[in-house]
Design a protein around this ligand. Structure first.
Ligand code: G3P
Ligand code: CA
Length: 265
């Protein structure tokens, strides 16, 4: 059965940048591996190319994860597509190119839930017609994936703008290790589906308060099995992990109930 965000089995295992522990992050190979391992959701990072196409890469520059150099936003999609996005990880992945968001939606849409993180570097005030957040939502709608995609960001401005659109996917707020005291109040104002805190910043009282507000908690990036188990025992609703295979081995036995999370109005 094709699952949506509203009938997921908790806790959810979310493959961070695909299956980053064993594959070059944010590539089609990495996303395919996370799906094959049995993750229920993949997480990926998006920004804009020079010609304003939505592309999948974590860093603001090409230096670390491709054969190119310099800022991503100064390269056209055609130039980005010529780069090798796999050899930096292992020569076996030399054929991997930097994907567009649309390529990932075609590969994974309808087969797995998808968490699209919009990188803060793509922020533009004024909410232009081809702003990254508008393009992301348009692609989701065009591929009929409104019920199975979650759009997240550290930058609340993207989430506010998405909330203004007449039809939009669920949204999630990400915070770093120094999450502001009022984060959950902000999450409520934004109308988020989930909060994605750094796992080291998470306290039991946060989980209780979030759940009382109807907000799910998916902490990142949880790679050690003992941390996964501790967080699940604390009551988190999923983990964002580089190693979805390890997470499945340790968490699957803890799944007891199928959650139904009603859609928001
Ligand atoms: O979405 C959670 C996590 O991916 C945020 O941090 O730097 O890995 O994108 P980062
Ligand atoms: Ca991310």
């Amino acid at each position: 059965m094709r699952r949506t965000l509203h009938d997921i089995i908790l806790p959810v295992i979310i493959g961070h940048r695909g299956y980053r522990a064993k594959y070059p992050e944010n590539t089609l190979a990495s996303f395919s591996a996370a799906m094959a391992a049995g993750a229920e959701m993949i997480e990926l990072d998006v920004t804009l190319s020079k010609d304003r196409k939505v592309v999948v890469i974590h860093d603001d520059t090409l230096n670390r994860t491709t054969s190119g150099f310099g800022p991503v936003h100064q390269a056209t999609l055609q130039a980005l597509k010529r780069l090798d996005a796999g050899s930096w990880f292992d020569s076996r992945f030399a054929a991997e190119s930097l994907p567009t968001l649309e390529e990932v939606l075609i590969l994974a849409g309808g087969k797995i839930l998808i968490n699209i993180e919009i990188k803060s570097s793509a922020w533009e005030s004024g909410f232009p017609e081809d702003a990254v957040e508008r393009q992301v939502v348009d692609l989701i709608i065009r591929h009929d994936l409104l019920n199975s995609t979650l759009v997240s960001s550290f930058h609340a401005g993207f989430l506010k703008n998405i909330g203004k659109l007449p039809v939009h996917p669920e949204i999630a707020f990400i915070t770093d290790r120094k999450a502001p005291q009022n984060t959950l109040d902000m999450c409520q104002r934004l109308g988020v589906f989930s909060w994605h805190p750094h796992y080291k910043s998470l306290k039991q009282r946060h989980i209780e308060k979030a759940h009382a507000q109807g907000i799910l908690i998916f902490p990142y990036t949880v790679n050690m099995v003992e941390n996964m188990l501790m967080l699940v025992d604390m009551g988190v609703d999923g983990v964002i992990t580089d190693d979805p295979g390890a997470a499945i081995s340790c968490i699957a036995a803890k799944r007891k109930t199928s959650a139904f999370i009603p859609p928001r109005d």
